[in-house]
Design a protein. Structure first.
Length: 172
């Protein structure tokens, strides 16, 4: 039987700046990642027709939203190029060697895909939650816009979207 008026054991609020994102094959993103979303998920429902009212039951497949990140672009474009080179390796727009290089250069990281881990920290900067994304690959990386009229102290950012098979959430 459930307890009535059970109090939470942790009353601290989740802070939006206490996270670290790591991709096995993109070391620069870890340092330069600015924003990250925990993707939502949904499932379809199945309609069961009756003579009186349609009844709904749960579906049997989960659909995950894309994993979206925003990152600061470093002076050497390494953060942007990590994603660019991954996409061009997967799609080999110039020749088949691009795909072969992707596999050869990244054999330690799973070839064409990479696992990613988001670690959410507590208010005391202690790892609290780990979200593990399985078999990620990029689907897009944004353009980078230069503008002479902007303040020179501004930093450029890029965005990228990734697909993955599923994710696990572990409370540490």
């Amino acid at each position: 039987m459930a307890k009535i008026n059970q109090q939470p054991t942790n009353t601290s609020f989740l802070q939006p700046t206490k996270f670290q994102l790591t991709f096995a094959r993109m070391p620069n993103i870890t340092y330069f990642c600015q924003t990250f979303n925990i993707p939502g998920l949904s499932m379809s429902e199945v309609v069961r027709n009756t003579p009186f009212v349609d009844l709904y039951v749960h579906g049997d497949k989960v659909q995950y939203e894309a994993l979206d990140i925003t990152f600061t672009v470093d002076e050497d474009l390494r953060t942007w190029l990590e994603i660019h080179n991954w996409i061009t390796g997967l799609t080999f727009p110039k020749d088949f060697q691009q795909y072969r290089r992707l596999l050869k250069d990244n054999k330690d990281y799973g070839g064409t895909v990479s696992d990613a881990t988001m670690t959410i920290l507590s208010n005391n900067n202690v790892p609290n939650i780990r979200i593990s994304f399985k078999d990620c690959f990029p689907t897009s990386v944004s353009s980078i816009s230069f503008d002479y009229t902007l303040d020179a102290n501004m930093t450029l950012t890029g965005t990228a979207s990734f697909r993955y098979n599923y994710f696990d959430v572990d409370i540490l």
